[in-house]
Design a protein around this ligand. Structure first.
Ligand SMILES: [Fe+2]
Ligand SMILES: [Fe+2]
Length: 665
């Protein structure tokens, strides 16, 4: 009867597809349970007959069948479900959870089979739910990871860092041993044809990583052809997943170039190539991942290592890496746009500065050189790990700000009159011309006057007297003419932007009081304005002109603050505004003191003075040698005007050698 029953149960349950582990712990009904379980192929039974024997650790979801004396929550917790067989006449306790069943003697095979079936089915459902739950959790984790990568990629503005990051992250999430990154670009040597999109394109091998071998690489370009893996991916626009590059299908268009492997003792086995498309669907690059490994730490050092650790790229890798490739493409496109805008902006700045500097050819190239010197000094300071500059660091944005501020620091010269800007002598050229004409007139007036006097004598005096007077008049005229010539010569000498001593000033004051007659009116040798300019003690500029030149800083600031700088460049106006300030407060325009002056402005002050001193010869001033310029900067430091530590770095690190000096005119 039992045999027949068990057979029937076997038939009835053999259709069940779920597998079930059953552990029977006890002695009373072991045979019966064993006979039932044996009839169902997908069920496995472990029997523990002795109460002393320990229960095996349940690794998979299992049903524990126990006699009543073995039951208990402690045991049940280890197993996902429990079937308790109770002696006849025992009160069935209420199950303490859904996966506990009680059967009371006498028990038929059907009852046991159905109880096991119910528990097994419930376990199978639970197992599937758990699997789904884990899968959702894993997807969430992957999504979070991809999001994090996406954010990091979108924040990166440096092209090289961005590409490195893309390849690194792609290898990380797929545990790929190696990888390469290609960018698609236009080949300008080939004419664009309408019917072949790829004819004028090429793949630039931009970057390569390999965890197992140290190999240097260099950029190269190759045509976009279906015979290469990267080319095939670019043309088809679809992921290319090759489990073993050494076993390509016979009819495959793709050829595996083994030269790298042969040269480096490597084996490019599993390959995953992913297209990188812009949001407009334009192909911009290909991401190639090589040799997915059992773990990121595995080293592929010898043939057995490749055999043990290299796996084909699975569906999850394809999905994850594809998603990353899409994000990477957007970031690369953004970065390109950013670079283009930056290039456009910088081009505009350089062109504007060029136009302004053309107003004063003697300072041509000054702004560019000040930008380069300031940048050079800032970079050196950034590298210093001891002393005062230990904690001073300049980010990429900081350096960008210094560069722009350097290029634009004298932009405000646009607001200074050109005649003042290029004024080389104390008087303007038209003033000196006027003085020369005036002295010419004075000479002629003297000659005329003498001639007139001679005429009168001819009419009034005897020939003897005339001869005597004439020679006296001629001597007088000659003396006067010499005086006038000397005066003019003195004025021309005083016009040079040299130091005017007190003797010179006295003579100038005397000249100011001299007059000549013109048509009855009495005029001074020098106008008030001419006297004022010629009295300039040093250089070529009067007080008002000096203030006008100095106003360039305020013009620069007013101009720069009108530009809607992005937040990372917002300090450009302030840096430029303080480039003529001195530590002791004697600078302009605001007379700021040491702690009020931004460090980049202090850097720029050194670069600015150095370049102004060493720039090419001016009509009134010789360019000074490098060593002399550094000496003069040293005096400025001693006078408490420039930062001593900054000058020290400028000199020690030979920053001043970083720019090409202009050709001597
Ligand atoms: Fe300036
Ligand atoms: Fe300057």
């Amino acid at each position: 009867m039992i045999e027949c029953q068990i057979f029937a149960i076997g038939i009835a349950l053999s259709m069940e597809s779920y597998s079930l582990n059953i552990v029977h712990w006890g002695s009373d009904h072991a045979d019966l349970v064993e006979q039932i379980v044996k009839k169902v192929k997908s069920w496995r039974l472990t029997v523990i007959r002795s109460a002393d024997q320990r229960l095996p650790i349940a690794e998979e979801a299992s049903v524990l069948v126990v006699d009543s004396d073995h039951q208990g929550q402690r045991i049940a917790k280890k197993y996902a479900a429990q079937l308790v067989l109770l002696p006849a006449g025992t009160q069935s306790p209420r199950p303490y959870n859904a996966r506990v069943e009680y059967l009371q003697m006498p028990i038929t095979g059907w009852q046991i089979a159905h109880a096991l079936h119910r528990l097994g089915h419930s376990l199978a459902v639970q197992t599937e739910l758990d699997r789904l739950h884990r899968s959702v959790q894993q997807q969430n984790q992957e999504m979070t990871e991809l999001n994090k990568i996406g954010i990091a990629l979108s924040a990166e503005r440096d092209a090289d860092v961005l590409l490195e990051m893309i390849l690194n992250k792609a290898r990380e999430i797929t545990t790929a041993d190696a990888g390469s990154l290609y960018l698609i670009e236009k080949n300008n040597n080939i004419k664009t044809t309408e019917n072949d999109y790829w004819a004028d394109k090429q793949l630039r091998f931009k970057l390569a990583h390999n965890d197992s071998i140290n190999s240097s690489y260099r950029e190269f370009v190759m045509p976009v052809k279906k015979s290469s893996m990267a080319g095939y991916t670019a043309i088809t626009g679809k992921p290319l997943n090759i489990p073993d590059a050494y076993n390509l299908p016979r009819n495959s268009q793709i050829q595996h170039n083994k030269s790298f492997d042969e040269k480096m003792g490597y084996r490019t086995q599993s390959v995953l190539c992913l297209p990188m498309k812009s949001h407009r669907g334009e192909m911009i690059g290909v991401l190639q991942l090589i040799n997915r490994k059992t773990s990121a730490a595995a080293k592929l050092a010898d043939p057995s290592g490749f055999q043990r650790h290299v796996l084909p790229f699975d569906q999850r890798s394809v999905e994850m890496a594809s998603s990353l490739a899409s994000q990477a493409a957007v970031s690369i496109e953004n970065m390109k746009l950013y670079e283009e805008i930056k290039g456009l902006f910088e081009g505009f700045i350089v062109a504007s500065v060029h136009a302004i500097e053309q107003r004063d050819p003697t300072t041509f190239g000054h702004s560019q050189r000040v930008a380069e010197l300031s940048l050079g000094l800032a970079q050196k300071i950034d590298q210093i790990s001891v002393g005062r500059f230990r904690d001073v660091h300049f980010s990429r944005d900081d350096l960008q700000q210094i560069k722009y501020a350097g290029l634009l620091h004298d932009f405000g010269k646009i607001g200074v009159r050109e005649s003042v800007l290029v004024k080389a002598k104390k008087l303007y050229p038209e003033q000196i011309d006027m003085i020369k004409y005036r002295f010419q007139f004075i000479r002629q007036a003297l000659e005329l006057n003498t001639a007139r006097k001679k005429m009168q004598m001819l009419l009034k005096k005897s020939p003897e007297q005339v001869a005597k007077e004439f020679s006296r008049l001629d001597r007088f005229l000659q003396e006067k003419m010499m005086e006038v010539d000397n005066d003019l010569r003195f004025i021309l000498e005083t016009n040079e932007p040299r130091l005017l001593d007190s003797e010179g000033f006295e003579r100038l004051s005397e000249l100011r009081n001299l007059t000549y007659r013109d048509n009855g009116s009495v005029n001074p040798y020098l106008t008030e304005q001419e006297f004022k300019f010629l009295s300039i003690r040093r250089g070529s500029l009067g007080e008002e002109e000096r203030l006008e030149i100095e106003s360039h800083v305020t013009h620069t600031f007013n101009f720069l603050k009108r530009i809607p700088w992005s937040s990372n460049l917002k300090n450009v106006p302030e840096i430029a505004h303080a480039h003529h300030e001195k530590l002791d407060g004697t600078g302009y325009p605001r007379g700021l003191k040491d702690e009020q002056i931004p460090l980049p402005s202090k850097i720029m002050a050194i670069a600015d003075i150095y370049d102004a001193l060493t720039a090419w010869d001016r009509p009134y001033k010789k360019a000074v040698e490098e060593s002399r310029a550094l000496e003069i900067l040293g005096y400025e430091v001693k006078d408490g005007k420039l930062d001593a530590d900054l000058l020290d770095v400028f000199v020690q690190a030979e920053v001043y050698k970083q720019v090409a000096r202009p050709e001597k005119a």
